[in-house]
Design a protein. Structure first.
Length: 123
């Protein structure tokens, strides 16, 4: 039951006393009665947003920064040219080997885990 406060009003017919609720209870609000205009800006916090409820349409283009990305799948990368200003390692394989595209030294290195087996470019 809601808490009530007594409200008195004088009129030329005499005194009227009315009980008014001090707080609105959920049961007093009709379904779909709260509209956007009744919700103040910045009042809906994270606790009120259901997990997985933000859709792609609600995320502004270019709004996701690198700091928000923990990993990315290679099948999500589409590009004509992928540039790297430093070293890109492909691997290691089971033996610890790798293929290195070394843009700093302008070379390609294929290593078996202990020895550079093939070096193409500046040596």
């Amino acid at each position: 039951m809601a808490d009530f406060t007594e409200y008195s009003k004088q009129s030329n017919r005499g005194s009227q006393r009315t009980l008014i609720p001090t707080a609105i209870q959920t049961r007093q609000i009709a379904n779909l009665a709260v509209t956007n205009a009744k919700i103040a800006n910045l009042t809906v916090d994270t606790a009120k947003i259901q997990d997985a409820s933000i859709t792609t349409a609600k995320i502004q283009d270019l709004a996701v920064t690198s700091a928000k990305i923990t990993s990315i799948s290679a099948d999500k990368i589409t590009t004509g040219t992928l540039s790297a200003s430093t070293t890109v390692d492909v691997g290691p394989g089971q033996s610890g080997g790798f293929v290195r595209l070394d843009g700093t030294n302008n070379r390609i290195v294929i290593n078996d885990g202990t020895t550079n087996r093939i070096v193409i470019g500046n040596v």
